[in-house]
Design a binder for this molecule. Structure first.
Ligand SMILES: NC(=O)C1=CN([C@@H]2O[C@H](COP(=O)(O)OP(=O)(O)OC[C@H]3O[C@@H](n4cnc5c(N)ncnc54)[C@H](OP(=O)(O)O)[C@@H]3O)[C@@H](O)[C@H]2O)C=CC1
Ligand SMILES: O=C(O)C1=N[C@H](C(=O)O)C[C@H](O)C1
Length: 271
C-alpha cells in the first residue's frame, strides 16, 4: 500500500510538533502539509525545523482547503472552533480527520457529528493505549461496585492547559457512568466550594490541578467503606498521544464515513 498522506493542523503547538516527529518516524506515512492559523509567526517556516528535526521541505501554510484536497487525512490537536471548521473541510474533501482537541461544547460535538456523514472522523479526549485501557478497567470496576463506593476523578496537567476538566477526565467519568448505568450529565460534580453539604451517594466528582510541565496525570478513586481502589495513568511523553493518533489515521484509512473513537480503533468495544 502507498504511504498515507497526512496534514498536521496546529503544527506549531506542543502536540503539532510531536505529530510532525511521529509522522517523520513512520515509514508508511508521509507529511503532506502543515497548517497554522492566519497571522501565526510560524507561517512560511519549514515544518521539520519547527519540530526540531531539520528541513523536511514542507512549508507551514494557512491554506487548509488546498492541502486537504491533496491529502488522505488530517491530524488535529488545536482548539474547538478550529476543529469544527477543519471537520467541515475534511467532509468536503471526504478524507480522514483524527481529532484530539478537547474542551468541545455540545454544539461543537453536534457539528463534528454532522461532518462525519462525509468524513471518517476518529475523535478522543485521549489517544494513548494506556488511557483507553484504563477507561475499560474503570467501566468494569464501576459495574461491580455499587454506590457504597464514591467515585472521584483527579487530574493534573501543565500550567498552559486551557480547558477543565481534561478531556481524559471526562472520558474516564463517562466510562464510570456507563459501568454504573447512569449518565455523567446528571451524576457529575465539577466544582465544590464553600458549604457544599455532604457528598451525595452516586456523585461522580472531579478535581482539577494545574501546574508546571505535567504532561497528564489521571487517577480514578473508588472510595468505599473501609477500603479504596485507585486506577491511575501517568503520561510521561506527548509522543504516546501522537503515535496513538497515527494508529487512528491508519485504522480509518479506507473506512466508511462516520464518527469513531479510540475504543473502536483499539477494539475495546466489548468493555
Ligand atoms: N486527545 C489527546 O490524546 C490529546 C489532546 N490534547 C488536546 O489537544 C489540544 C492542543 O493541545 P496542545 O498542543 O498542548 O496546545 P497548543 O496550544 O500548544 O497548540 C494548539 C495549536 O493549534 C493552533 N491553532 C489554533 N487555532 C488554529 C487554527 N484555526 N488553524 C490552525 N491551527 C490553529 C495554535 O496556533 P496559535 O498558537 O498560533 O494560536 C497552536 O499551534 C488541546 O485541546 C489538548 O487538550 C493534547 C494532548 C493529547
Ligand atoms: O492539554 C493537554 O496537554 C492534554 N490534553 C488531553 C486532555 O484534556 O485530557 C490529553 C492529555 O491528558 C494532555
Amino acid at each position: 500500500m502507498s504511504q498515507m498522506r497526512l496534514v498536521i493542523v496546529g503544527a506549531g503547538g506542543r502536540m503539532g510538533r510531536a505529530l510532525i516527529k511521529a509522522v517523520s518516524e513512520a515509514p508508511d506515512l508521509v507529511l503532506a502539509g502543515a497548517i497554522e492559523p492566519p497571522g501565526s509567526d510560524n507561517l512560511g517556516r519549514d515544518a521539520g525545523e519547527l519540530a526540531g528535526l531539520g528541513k523536511l521541505g514542507i512549508e507551514v501554510t494557512d491554506d487548509a482547503l488546498e492541502l486537504f484536497a491533496r491529502a488522505e487525512g488530517v491530524i488535529d490537536f488545536t482548539v474547538p472552533a478550529a476543529s469544527v471548521a477543519f471537520a467541515a473541510l475534511a467532509a468536503q474533501a471526504r478524507i480522514v480527520h483524527v481529532i484530539g482537541t478537547t474542551g468541545c461544547s455540545a454544539q461543537d460535538e453536534a457539528k463534528i457529528e454532522a461532518a462525519a456523514r462525509h468524513a471518517t472522523i476518529v475523535k478522543s479526549g485521549n489517544m494513548s493505549l494506556g488511557v483507553n485501557l484504563l477507561a475499560a478497567l474503570v467501566k468494569r470496576t464501576a459495574r461491580t461496585l455499587n454506590e457504597d463506593f464514591d467515585i472521584e476523578i483527579v487530574e493534573m496537567h501543565h500550567n498552559r492547559k486551557i480547558d477543565a476538566p481534561s478531556g481524559t477526565a471526562l472520558l474516564l467519568g463517562n466510562a464510570a457512568a456507563e459501568g454504573r448505568g447512569v449518565a455523567l450529565e446528571t451524576e457529575g460534580v465539577f466544582t465544590r466550594h464553600g458549604h457544599t453539604g455532604a457528598r451525595r451517594a452516586g456523585d461522580i466528582g472531579f478535581a482539577t490541578l494545574r501546574g508546571g510541565t505535567v504532561v497528564g496525570d489521571h487517577n480514578v478513586i473508588f472510595a468505599g467503606p473501609g477500603e479504596r481502589i485507585e486506577l491511575a495513568h501517568k503520561a510521561e511523553d506527548r509522543m504516546i498521544f501522537a503515535r496513538g493518533a497515527l494508529t487512528a489515521a491508519r485504522w480509518a484509512r479506507g473506512r466508511k464515513p462516520g464518527l469513531y473513537s479510540m475504543r473502536d480503533v483499539l477494539d475495546l468495544t466489548d468493555f
